[in-house]
Design a protein around this ligand. Structure first.
Ligand code: UDP
Length: 194
């Protein structure tokens, strides 16, 4: 695996389509993936917060979600192929997962936004099943949402809770759902609901 270090964060040097292929292969082999899409804000945050840096170290994949990261890698003479955003990766993966008839959990954003995102995903990807959905306004010490996700056994989990909350939430779930793909997607549900 080819990794590029930018300011202490190890990024995986793949194009978006390579990432999608890898994630789909792992899903078909029941192998989980915890993915962080790291923008410059996240890189700087990780420098100051060891616990978040540890989350990045535990991620199976870290994508360069920002042209600043791609430029930084280029300046270090260790180029990354392209910017890979959470939103683009999520929609590309939803399209592939639709063809494979997979299941998904959509957790995050305000209740009305979450409802609309679920409705749009269901309409646009009719072969996908949304097995669990919840708004993002719950405390991480409240086990109810995690318990419900675990019970639903989704193939994929997208968490739109903003960082660092979404990564903290997903990392805690990881040992309970070792076959699942999971990724924090920031404000993407607002766009999906659009
Ligand atoms: N959000 C949430 N729960 C929270 C805080 C935020 O569900 O406790 C949602 C918010 O409604 C928005 C998304 O998280 O849909 C993150 O938005 P933002 O663009 O601030 O996150 P970023 O992409 O910068 O990480």
């Amino acid at each position: 695996m080819s990794r590029v270090n930018v300011l202490g964060v190890d990024f995986d040097a793949y194009t978006q389509s390579e990432f999608i292929q890898i994630f789909m292969n792992r899903l078909s082999q029941h192998q989980g993936s915890f993915v962080v899409t790291a923008n410059p804000e996240i890189v700087m945050y990780a420098k100051e917060h060891r616990d978040y840096a540890q989350i990045l170290a535990e991620a199976d994949f870290v994508t360069a979600d920002g042209i600043g990261v791609v430029t930084g890698a280029q300046m270090l003479n260790t180029p990354l192929p392209e910017r890979v955003t959470g939103f683009d990766t999520m929609t590309a993966l939803l399209a592939q997962a639709n063809q494979a008839h997979l299941t998904v959990a959509l957790i995050g954003a305000k209740q009305t936004v979450n409802d609309q995102a679920v409705a749009n995903v269901t309409k646009q990807y009719p072969n996908l099943t949304v097995v669990y959905a919840h708004d993002g306004y719950f405390g991480l010490d409240d086990q109810a949402v995690s318990d419900a996700v675990i019970a639903a056994q989704p193939d994929m989990i997208f968490a739109a809770l903003g960082f660092p909350k979404q990564e903290q939430f997903l990392l805690a779930l990881k040992p309970h759902l070792p076959q699942a793909f999971m990724m924090g997607v920031g404000g993407s549900f607002d766009v999906l609901a659009g």
